[in-house]
Write a protein that binds this ligand. Structure first.
Ligand code: NAX
Ligand code: ADP
Ligand code: K
Length: 504
């Protein structure tokens, strides 16, 4: 990517540099914390910066109002004490509720508590009746077990109060690794975390519990490349996307073969084909049987239609120079003929986008997975994933990584947070999306976007990352009332949003 294009993109996206997309597991963050302290920045300085960062965000959102801070026994609580002191100094009415007064604290948290000059009330006596702004500084990265008993009760009372909630680092009770709620947690309107977001902010219940996420730079010694995962953003892949050269012709922009299926399932493959064409594949051809051709022909103006007699004719066409990549699965069917057609494209040696029925067929004949050409992308939803990788368990992040390792292909595991894992590469989590994507055929459009990039010669990991992001961006551009039919029509808006244009 030229410097001009890169800068223009950054300006347009108003985004942080790539390092701002790092995701770090809590245990790893504790190591980074220790490394930073060993490097000469005292822990209390980090805690002070963390508290200051929270106060800056808090004051940027809420005008002066009563604040109730719930402070825990560790450094998350320590941050709470810094926040209490800073707000008090600024003249805010602050109460702190904690079962761990200075005598029960250690290290930096003890220092922060003592410096505040505030006496806490016990958690049981925390008064939520005036719906104060609640600062949740009970547990963060050090959450070690489920929240239960008295602590769960205080979180329930806080939730019932109706007051807004700001979580320090992580909503207490939320697992920063997997995004699951351990026992109980408190939904935050805003979460301020330090150094880097944690995968748990994005996965499972994390996105909903974290609310608006702010990542504050507090000077941690965090290196480029040491992330456990990356948060999807055009900065991760846009420099690998081709722009059409001025002398472009349609096949040079990428020939894509989309394999169709029986008459009654025609919509799925058509959506895939249309999404691929809009994404920029120059020549998209739908291959169908003669019996289904009239149905497919009904609404595919910009897509070429080719009738194929049998799998051998399909294999010949798939192997031709005009085809750079193949999408198969949406609307394919799962009968013998579908299996034979899948076999025909597997042997073509072109990058494949495998989705829907193709994944179901592969689950029945697992040995075929090993025969997938290198650089292919599998896009299972949870159900397809379970069929295909029945022995793989864990969080979506762990499962996508294991599936990529086993299959040797890029695996995109769909969900409210979508995880993309390519063998040997850092996994990527996409949250650029809206729940309006939960509509029939939306996955077929995603397949088309990814296949559209594969046909243009983009590597599988970048194609999948771009696909997930553009799919979500298209849904955000449309908003309520979205259907798969309108989703693909918003793809140009997603391209414009990331600064796509032809080279001058
Ligand atoms: N680099 C960083 O990550 C920084 C971290 N800081 C803060 O430090 C926090 C991490 O501090 P800690 O490691 O002390 O961890 P926490 O303060 O999150 O919690 C640890 C304490 O909670 C107890 N505990 C854990 N789960 C419990 C449960 N379910 N019920 C009852 N008690 C439980 C533990 O026994 C321990 O005493 C971060 O979340 C952040 O807020 C900041 O102060 C500065 C920099
Ligand atoms: N709640 C949600 N929030 C964001 N994205 C979602 C949500 N639910 C589904 N999606 C996305 O919508 C798409 C649905 O695809 P899929 O399950 O294959 O549906 P279909 O088979 O109907 O096309 C996936 O990309 C998924 O990530
Ligand atoms: K917290």
């Amino acid at each position: 990517m030229s410097a001009g294009r890169s800068n223009a993109l950054r300006l347009m996206m108003n985004s942080a540099p790539k390092s701002g997309r790092q995701l770090i597991f809590p245990a790893h963050m504790a190591e980074i914390d220790a490394r930073t302290i060993a490097g000469g920045t005292p822990g209390i300085v980090l805690m002070e910066r963390a508290g200051q960062a929270v106060v800056t965000v808090l004051r940027g959102i809420w005008p002066r109002r009563p604040v109730l801070i719930l402070a825990g026994p560790g450094n998350n609580g320590g941050d709470g004490w810094v926040i209490a002191r800073l707000l008090k100094e600024a003249g805010w009415p602050v109460t702190i509720a904690s079962d761990w007064p200075a005598g029960a604290l250690k290290g930096d948290a003890k220092l922060a508590c003592e410096a505040s000059g505030i006496t806490p009330v016990p958690l049981e006596e925390a008064d939520f009746s005036a719906a104060p702004l609640i600062v949740d500084a009970l547990f963060g990265a050090g959450l070690a077990r489920s929240i239960e008993g008295k602590l769960a009760e205080v979180l329930r009372r806080a939730a019932a109060s109706g007051g807004p909630v700001l979580a320090v680092d992580l909503p207490s009770g939320l697992c920063g690794t997997r995004g699951e709620v351990l026992g109980d947690s408190l939904k935050a309107d805003v979460t301020v975390t330090f150094g880097a977001a944690k995968p748990g902010h994005l996965l499972a219940e994390g996105r909903c519990y974290s609310g608006q996420l702010h990542v504050a730079d507090i000077g941690l010694d965090l290196c480029e490349g040491e992330e456990d995962a990356l948060w999807n953003h055009p900065l991760l892949w846009w420099d690998r996307m081709p722009l059409p050269p001025s002398a472009a012709h349609k096949y040079a922009r990428g020939g894509l073969l989309v394999v169709g299926g029986p008459r009654h399932q025609g919509g799925a493959a058509r959506l895939t084909a249309k999404a691929a064409a809009v994404t920029g594949a120059g020549a998209v051809t739908l291959a169908v049987s003669a019996q289904a051709a009239d149905i497919y022909a009904a609404s595919i103006d910009a897509i070429m239609l080719r009738t194929v007699r049998d799998e051998s004719e399909l294999a010949d066409f798939a192997a031709s120079d005009k085809i750079a990549a193949i999408a198969i699965g949406p609307g394919l069917g799962t009968d013998e003929k579908a299996a034979a057609w899948l076999g025909a494209v597997l042997s073509a040696g072109k990058p494949l986008l495998l989705d829907a029925d193709a994944l179901t067929l592969l689950a029945k004949r697992a040995e075929r997975l090993a025969g997938c050409p290198e650089g292919s992308v599998l896009t299972p939803h949870e159900g397809e994933f379970k069929r295909l990788f029945s022995d793989v368990s864990g969080s979506p992040l762990e499962r996508a990584e294991e599936a990529a390792r086993k299959s040797g292909q890029t695996v995109l595991l769909k969900g409210a947070a979508t995880v993309i894992s390519a063998p040997g590469k850092t996994p990527v989590i996409n949250t650029r999306s809206s729940p309006y994507l939960a509509t029939a055929g939306s996955g077929d459009v995603l397949s088309g976007i990814i296949a559209g990039w594969l046909a243009q010669g983009v590597d599988s990991q970048a194609a999948a990352g771009a696909g997930a992001w553009m799919h979500g961006e298209s849904s955000l551009q449309y908003g309520p009332g979205l259907t798969a039919d309108t989703l693909w029509q918003k793809i140009p808006n997603a391209l414009h949003a990331i600064g796509a244009r032809t080279d001058d």
